[in-house]
Design a protein around this ligand. Structure first.
Ligand SMILES: [Zn+2]
Length: 249
């Protein structure tokens, strides 16, 4: 029995001289790994479809063990992301987040859409930090450790000014704020709340000041580190790239 899936390549590992084990996150089956014979060779029929964050249609015979890729067609390679090393670093971070957060062969169509939307938005030139934080919120939700962004963690109050506390797991009001909590502007608190509720497309034209960008990054880094339990290689690469970029400016 042949299986046909639409998937995004989330990881590749070289195998032997010319093969690759390609891990896809698919719409139909969730995460599936398969052997792509010859994929390392530039002339191979699997070469293009076995690159990170390519979206394609993949056909393979049903197997309990490692599937053998039989045929594949690239739907999109997200060329605008591939042209820019910094954008690529963001995309690679999202892929690793998905890879490390889901089990094999557990269908999760909403997450497939979220990853697909994020890559499409990045390819279209949307702000990579906005996409990333939106994505991180979705991943935290999936892991069951969403921050409380509807109001103060302790009393539900929504009166400005709001604070964000990693230790308490979300917003705190002025009365309950504690050491280590970061004061947020009204706009930033609202943005965080809206990002947790709405689809990515709603944030296409959200301008971020450098100050907000840095603050959001610090909050998310600290929160992800405390609650996700993940330490990601791709995140360190992305951080180095962002630092280089800041030094250049
Ligand atoms: Zn409170």
């Amino acid at each position: 029995m042949l299986q046909k899936v639409t998937g995004i390549v989330i990881r590749t590992v070289n195998y032997g001289e010319s093969n690759k084990v390609v891990t896809l996150f698919t719409e139909e089956l969730g995460k599936v790994a398969m052997m792509a014979r010859g994929a390392k060779k530039p002339g191979s029929r699997f070469h293009a479809s076995s690159q990170p964050f390519v979206e394609g249609v993949y056909i393979f015979p049903f197997s309990r063990g490692l599937a053998q890729l039989k045929s594949s067609d690239v739907v999109t390679s997200f060329p605008e992301i591939r042209k820019d090393v910094e954008r690529m670093a963001y995309a690679m971070y999202w892929l690793e987040l998905v890879d490390r957060s889901v089990e094999d062969r557990v269908q999760n169509r909403p997450l497939f859409r979220i990853l697909q939307d994020a890559l499409q938005a990045l390819n279209a030139g949307m702000d990579a930090d906005v996409i990333t934080h939106h994505f991180e919120l979705r991943m935290l939700h999936l892991l069951g450790v969403s921050p409380v962004l509807t109001g103060c963690v302790r009393c539900g109050d929504v009166t400005d000014p709001m604070y964000f506390s990693v230790t308490s797991g979300g917003f705190l009001c002025a009365k309950h704020q504690e050491e280590g909590a970061v004061r947020l502007s009204e706009r930033l608190a609202k943005l965080l709340y809206l990002m947790s509720k709405h689809e990515l497309s709603e944030f296409r034209n959200v301008p971020l000041s450098d100050e907000s960008r840095i603050l959001l990054r610090q909050l998310f880094d600290a929160y992800m580190e405390s609650y996700s339990g993940l330490r990601l290689k791709t995140k360190r690469v992305l951080d180095q790239m962002i630092r280089l970029h800041l030094n250049e400016d």
